[in-house]
Structures are given as structure tokens and as C-alpha cells.
Design a protein around this ligand. Structure first.
Ligand SMILES: NC(=O)c1ccc[n+]([C@@H]2O[C@H](COP(=O)([O-])OP(=O)(O)OC[C@H]3O[C@@H](n4cnc5c(N)ncnc54)[C@H](O)[C@@H]3O)[C@@H](O)[C@H]2O)c1
Ligand SMILES: [Zn+2]
Length: 548
């Protein structure tokens, strides 16, 4: 059953700053808005715009009630801007209706300050509520409002002694915790975070600052630069990070030494040095090329991944493998991933909001790898994916975030045991891939997206597993059903079984007259190195639709 329909979609949450007058809401709000690349809305300014005069005059000429009523309208207007950083007048949140509206669409951030700093900062302005006896009135107001402010606060920042950028930074650190699901990936000598969430791309600024990166090459495709890269670069400039755009054409052909060479030249030309970073914004192509360049430019610079395809978010951006394709002497096409490095990112930020612009076919293809993760390692995840497949294809962002986080956890757990693909543990991730690689090669890499070939490959290998007594019969049935519901192919096309087998024999897993597979024995569990005689493979391929 599909419980969560599209109506359950939630938008990115605003940031609502409130607190006593003089705590720096406006300055902090502007700084935050700049760092996030979001608009800034100040309810006091909206009130003044509506009334056509400053707040003290509204107060004097129309009275406090009129002011509060204007404030209510301003709050409603402010919450209509999404996402936005909203600074709220000191009294506005005291109104229960205002508080309710603000809370329902934003993180409530209380900027707290001591009486002395409030008085200090407020001294230069006319504050109607403090007239006469500023100290006494401020103290009374502070006492009166504090309990309510505390009650509403999701985040509290003590602003005394902090600069505006420091307050803004602290708020963003808190938001990063709340807005993202973070999966830690263990790598030799440490670990790095994968942050998953909606609208969270700009948070990468936090990491770049933490790493002391002042200049970064942002590797991406033209379309992704227009959709996300330009505004991200703008936001990062707010963090003091100079962004050098390096735009390469989309498609597998960009995973080449020629393109890498061009990227090196652009980085060097823009004086990106060893303190710099390569930031890859895109799918697996940009991720692989970016990792390869980062691992080799100046003998290695820092690498940050911003994956924007489902496949890259759940698979390609985890594990540290990065390679380009190189043509072997005498071969027709380039050999995929022939030249590469293991190079781990410092951080991965997977913004599921970017999946909204991903072509549906690419989204489906990414789901195939998710089904694979569930099948080899996590039966509950497989069952969950099956249950939510409709909403996932409709891009329900909360569900996509959960999907990505759970899949990253599966892949991270596997690669942590076998970082350099030496112990064989990582081979479980090859389930479906022996057939998939052969199918991709036999169809000239044109007919199938990788994930589509993997979908067919998993069903074929599950049937093969059943034939040789390794896989429970339900494995193929369950996989076929979920993959079909995801709109993925599950049958072999009319390619010759002989051709497929000869491509499989080129695969590194081949030994003697037998072919080796990673197979799911029961859902959630896989076995590696299962050897199957070639004749059995050929027979099953034919039964499953391949031509003689
Ligand atoms: N390193 C690894 O461990 C690993 C694992 C799996 C795959 N890979 C590699 O990943 C590559 C495939 O990656 P992929 O499937 O992400 O393909 P891709 O990078 O080619 O992206 C697919 C297409 O979608 C476009 N696109 C990307 N994000 C978009 C968005 N948010 N909105 C609109 N369009 C968007 C791209 O421009 C491209 O045209 C292969 O080269 C494969 O070898 C690497
Ligand atoms: Zn794959």
C-alpha cells in the first residue's frame, strides 16, 4: 500500500529568527540568507511597508492593536515565501496564531541575549515599549517574554559576545543536524559524512569552511550549472569560497583522459592549489571524473561530491572508486573504468530536491541499484522500497531522503569491510552485474541505461540461482514484481545467448569453463563466487528470451 500520497510532500522549511529587539535578527538573517542563497524577509519591514510609516509612528498614531494586526498580516505574507529566512518582530511570535503559522513552516530560532547587550544595541533607536525607563522596561519585558520564547524555540543561540557571522554559522550547524540524515562512512584512517536532505546543497559551505577551502573547481554539466550550480556558487561566495566553474558535456564520453586533461588545465589556470578542492555536482559521470581529477591533480586535492542522480546518490558517490574510460589498442570502443584511483571524498551532500529535475527514466534506473542493495543485504529495505515504489517515482521527497540514506548505509557497510575491493566482500554488490555488463556491451551501450541492464541482470541471475539450487524460488518472483512496478525491464531482449556468454567470459570473474556470479540465496543475503557451468548459463539465457 502506498500510504504517503503527493499531498504529504513537504517543502523546505524556512528559518525563523525571533527574540528581543536588539539581538541582531536583521543582520544575522541577512547573513544567513546570503549563505543559503535564500531570500530574506523581515516582518517589521513588511509592517512598515503596509502602513507606509515606521513602527514607532504606527504605535503612536494608530495604537498597539493596529500594529499587532498589521503584524499578523505580515507574518502570513512572510510564510508564503519558501524557502526564506524570516526575521520576526520581537512581539510578533507572542501572538499564538502567529506562532502557529511560523512554526508550521519553519525552524524556530531564538536569538537570546543578556539585558546589557539588548540595551546597548537598542540605545540608538526609538523603541516605543522601552520609552521612559529603558532599563526597567526592558528588564520587565525580558522577564515576561522569556518563558514564551523558550517554549517556542527549536534552536537557541546565545548571541552575547558573538559576531554576526559566528551566530549565522552556529545556526547553520544546528540546521544541518536537523535538516539532514547523516550517514557516516568509515574509510581507512577516518570517516566522512554523507548528508542527505531536501534543499541542503548550500550546507556544503559549512564543510568547505571547516576544511579551510578558499577556492574550489565546481565540475558539472551545462544544464546542472543552470539549475543548481550558479546559485550554489553564489551562496558559496558568501562563505568566502571562490568557485571556479568547470563545465563538461553530459554523457559517458566525458569520462576520458582528454576531458580530465582539460579539467586540470582549467583548475591550474584558475590557480586552484593544494589547499583547494574539486566539487562534483552531477551524476556518476561527473562524480567519477571529479574523483579521478581530485585524486591526481597536484597528487591529490580534497574532493566533495554533490550527487544529483539517484544512482549517484545511492551508489556511485559511496566507495571511493573513480575512473575514466580508455581505448585499448585494437579495441573498438573505450574500455570502461580502465584507469582510475581510490579517492575518498571529504563529504557528500545528497540533495534529494535535485531529483525533481531528473528524467523519470534515470530515476527508475537508480531504483534498480536500490533494489539490489535490499536484495543482497537488507530484506526490510527491499520490502519498504516495494511498498513505496509509487510515491518514490512521484518524487515524494521525504521518502526519497529515507531511501537514499538507507541505501547509503547499506553500501557504506559493505565497502567499509573491503575498501580496496581486495577481500571479496564488495563482490556482493555485483549481483545482477555479470549479466548486466554483458547486456550493455552486447547492445553497444546504447539500448539500456546501466540500471535498466541491472534490473534484467538481477532477474536472470536469480533464475540462474534457482536453477543451480542456490537461490530460493521467491527471490526471482519478488525481484521481478518490484522491478516491474518500478517500470524497469525484466526480460532479455533478442540478443544471442552466445554473444552474452562471450562478453561474460571477458568479465574478470571468469575461471576455466565456468562463469562466476554473486547470487542472492535468500532475500537480504548474498553469496559470492558461485560458479556455474557455461552450458547452464546459456540454457537459462535462452529460456529467458535471448536468441539462440
Ligand atoms: N564510482 C562508482 O562506484 C560508480 C558506481 C556506479 C556507477 N558509476 C558510474 O556512474 C556513471 C553513471 O552515472 P549516472 O547514472 O548518474 O549517469 P550520468 O552521470 O550520466 O547522469 C545521467 C544524466 O542525467 C543528467 N542529470 C544528472 N542529474 C540531473 C538532475 N538532477 N536533473 C536533471 N538531469 C540530471 C546528466 O546530465 C546526464 O545526462 C557511469 O559512468 C558509471 O560507470 C560509478
Ligand atoms: Zn551498478
Amino acid at each position: 500500500m502506498d500510504a504517503a500520497g503527493p499531498g504529504a510532500q513537504r517543502a523546505v522549511r524556512n528559518v525563523v529568527l525571533y527574540g528581543f529587539k536588539g539581538t541582531g535578527k536583521t543582520a544575522v538573517g541577512q547573513e544567513l540568507a546570503r549563505l543559503l542563497g535564500w531570500p530574506f524577509v523581515d516582518t517589521d519591514r513588511l509592517v512598515e511597508r503596509r502602513a507606509g510609516k515606521p513602527i514607532p509612528r504606527i504605535f503612536d498614531e494608530d495604537g498597539e492593536l493596529a500594529l499587532r494586526s498589521l503584524e499578523r498580516e505580515a507574518v502570513r505574507e512572510a510564510t508564503g515565501v519558501r524557502p526564506a529566512v524570516v526575521a520576526c518582530g520581537g512581539g510578533a511570535v507572542l501572538d499564538p496564531a502567529n506562532a502557529e503559522v511560523l512554526r508550521s513552516c519553519g525552524h524556530m530560532v531564538w536569538l537570546r541575549a543578556q539585558l546589557e547587550s539588548v540595551l546597548g544595541r537598542a540605545a540608538s533607536e526609538d523603541r516605543p515599549l522601552l520609552r521612559g525607563d529603558p532599563r526597567g522596561r526592558a528588564a520587565a519585558l525580558l522577564e515576561e517574554r522569556t518563558p514564551r520564547y523558550r517554549e517556542l524555540a527549536e534552536v537557541v543561540v546565545d548571541t552575547d559576545g558573538l559576531s554576526v557571522p559566528q551566530v549565522a554559522r552556529r545556526i547553520l550547524e544546528e540546521l544541518a543536524e536537523r535538516e539532514t540524515r547523516t550517514v557516516q562512512v568509515a574509510v581507512p584512517g577516518g570517516r566522512y559524512p554523507v548528508r542527505v536532505g531536501e534543499g541542503v546543497l548550500p550546507l556544503v559551505g559549512l564543510d568547505l569552511c571547516r576544511l579551510g577551502v578558499r577556492r574550489a573547481g565546481l565540475l558539472t554539466h551545462p544544464r546542472l550549472w543552470r539549475l543548481y550550480g550558479g546559485s550554489l556558487a553564489e551562496a558559496l561566495r558568501g562563505w568566502g569560497v571562490d568557485v571556479v566553474p568547470v563545465v563538461v558535456p553530459p554523457g559517458e564520453r566525458s569520462k576520458s583522459l582528454q576531458t580530465a586533461s582539460r579539467v586540470y588545465a582549467e583548475l591550474a589556470g584558475a590557480q586552484v592549489d593544494r589547499t583547494g578542492a574539486v566539487v562534483a555536482l552531477g551524476g556518476g559521470v561527473v562524480g567519477d571524473l571529479g574523483g579521478f581529477v581530485a585524486g591526481t591533480y597536484m597528487r591529490g586535492v580534497r574532493f566533495v561530491q554533490l550527487p544529483t542522480t539517484l544512482l549517484a546518490q545511492v551508489d556511485a558517490s559511496v566507495g571511493g572508486k573513480a575512473a575514466v574510460n580508455v581505448r585499448a589498442r585494437g579495441a573498438r570502443g573505450a574500455v570502461r573504468n580502465l584507469v582510475g584511483v581510490f579517492w575518498q571524498p571529504e563529504v557528500v551532500v545528497a540533495d534529494v530536491a535535485t531529483l525533481r529535475s531528473l528524467p523519470l527514466r534515470e530515476l527508475r534506473a537508480g531504483l534498480a541499484e536500490c533494489v539490489k542493495h535490499g536484495a543482497v543485504r537488507d530484506a526490510a529495505l527491499l520490502e519498504w522500497t516495494d511498498r513505496h515504489v509509487g510515491s518514490l517515482l512521484r518524487r515524494h521527497t521525504d521518502l526519497l531522503a529515507e531511501l537514499v540514506a538507507r541505501n547509503v548505509a547499506v553500501k557504506a557497510e559493505v565497502v567499509a569491510q573491503d575498501e580496496r575491493e581486495s577481500s571479496g566482500v564488495r563482490e556482493v554488490l555485483n549481483f545482477g552485474h555479470t549479466v548486466a555488463h554483458a547486456l550493455e556491451a552486447a547492445t553497444g551501450y546504447r539500448a539500456y541505461l546501466h540500471g535498466e541492464a541491472v534490473a534484467v541482470g538481477m532477474v536472470v541471475e536469480a533464475e540462474l540461482g534457482r536453477r543451480v539450487g542456490v537461490s530460493e524460488g521467491s527471490v526471482a518472483e519478488v525481484l521481478r514484481s518490484v522491478l516491474q512496478r518500478a517500470g524497469l525491464p525484466t526480460q532479455l531482449p533478442q540478443v544471442s545467448a552466445q554473444a552474452l556468454v562471450s562478453f561474460m567470459r571477458l568479465d574478470k570473474k571468469t575461471r576455466g569453463g565456468k562463469l562466476r556470479f554473486s547470487m542472492v540465496d535468500r532475500l537480504g543475503h548474498a553469496r559470492t563466487g558461485v560458479e556455474v557451468p557455461q552450458e547452464v548459463v546459456t540454457a537459462v539465457l535462452r529460456e529467458m528470451g535471448a536468441a539462440a
